[in-house]
Write a protein that binds this ligand. Structure first.
Ligand SMILES: [Zn+2]
Length: 390
């Protein structure tokens, strides 16, 4: 929790202390005690801000002992106990708050919510589930309780219930849950696929798409389902869609997709797709895949020409290795030309690779700086030792 959040958490305590001070001042007695109490409070706050939780707990226990009616102090203590991992203490404290007569409805439901959070922290998921379900049924603190319930069902891998409560959270005015619901349906689809229930797997894939039309995972599960049933054409559509929705997944799908194209003899489609990917994907994988197709269909000369042109724009060590291998296999390749090409690509590679890197934040720099421009720490930038550096 951030310090700001702690300040907010303790705001009610500050108000309670101020109120106490006012009440006692009005009664014209115990002035010394009042100032001692507020001094104590600010001492506790100070410890909190300095992350000295042990001392903060000590101080808040003192406040709680002086005035047993300050419920907010109890809440602050409960938070501190849980935060320090003293879950048993937090549970006892919140249980006594729940059982305490004279609490307002709002305080009581907050105590139930806090107790549920303790149970979750202690791994007592059944008890947590019962409390959160009660809160949802009563219609109080429903978004918080629903968020916790979704976590409980995820921990229990009860995806159907996780979906049901994610929808309830959306209806209760919480954040959009489409991406999460799609993940849960994909979990169900994977389980159904492993059980051999392909029809049910397909239904869950469709529901995942309905929840998140750009779900990459739904595309991957769909493609795997189609592959398992020998539907290469449908698998190609699913794989292509994955890459178009999130191009970072291209390396994940390239190999099985290329195998599908090959089985169906769809070389023109493969070329078109790879050219499209090369435009958007900065890595070398689609270039290497297209080079192999050119070599097979147009000959080694055309493949070498294409590869060297691409590597000048996106120099890479893997690309150079492929270039050397192809040159060695090509009887017509002129070694002098190949070496000259490699020299140019290597120079590009050196120019583009940062020679220095911050060891704290990873900031890459062409020249040495004593203070890192990224994280502002001193003396953390060092020369890089790697494939193309000193
Ligand atoms: Zn840095």
């Amino acid at each position: 929790m951030t310090e700001l959040a702690w300040l907010f958490l303790l705001l009610p305590v500050a108000v309670a202390c101020g109120w106490l001070a006012g009440r006692r001042g009005g009664e014209r007695r115990g002035g010394a005690r009042v100032s001692r109490l507020s001094n104590t409070y600010f001492r506790g706050l100070n410890y909190l801000l300095n992350e000295q939780q042990d001392k903060a707990i000590e101080v808040f226990l003192q406040i709680a002992a002086v005035d047993k009616d300050t419920v907010e102090t109890q809440f602050a203590l409960g938070h501190l106990f849980r935060r320090r991992g003293e879950v048993d203490r937090a549970i006892r404290l919140h249980q006594s708050l729940v059982a305490r007569p004279g609490l307002s409805d709002e305080q009581k439901t907050r105590a139930v919510l806090a107790l549920g959070e303790d149970y979750m922290r202690a791994g007592l998921l059944d008890r947590a589930e019962t409390l959160f379900t009660d809160l949802v049924r009563m219609g109080v603190l429903a978004p918080q309780a629903l968020r916790h319930l979704i976590s409980v069902y995820q921990a229990e891998r009860d995806w159907a219930k996780a979906i049901e409560h994610a929808r309830k959270l959306e209806d209760a005015g919480g954040e959009p849950m489409g991406k999460l619901i799609a993940q849960f349906h994909c979990e169900l689809a994977e389980m159904a696929r492993l059980d051999g229930d392909l029809a049910s797997a397909r239904t869950h894939v469709a529901e995942a798409y309905a929840a998140d039309s750009h779900s990459v995972r739904a595309g991957l599960v769909e493609a795997r389902l189609e592959l398992a049933q020998g539907n290469d054409a449908a698998a190609i559509r699913a794989f292509e869609r994955v890459a178009r929705h999130d191009i970072e997944f291209l390396p994940e799908i390239l190999e099985p997709l290329l195998a599908c194209y090959e089985r169906r003899g769809e070389s023109a489609r493969a070329r078109g797709f790879l050219l499209e990917m090369i435009e958007h994907y900065p890595g070398v994988s689609p270039v290497l895949a297209l080079t192999r197709i050119y070599e097979r269909e147009e000959g080694k000369g055309v493949a070498l020409e294409f590869l060297s042109g691409q590597l000048r724009q996106r120099p890479s060590v893997r690309g150079e290795a492929a270039y050397i291998e192809l040159s060695l296999r090509d009887a017509d390749s002129d070694p002098a030309v190949a070496l000259k090409t490699l020299k140019q690509i290597t120079e590009q590679l050196v120019v583009r690779t940062p020679g220095y890197r911050c060891q704290r934040c990873g900031f890459g720099a062409r020249a040495h700086h004593w203070q890192c421009p990224g994280c502002k720490s001193w003396g953390s930038i060092k020369p890089v030792h790697g494939a193309v550096s000193e």
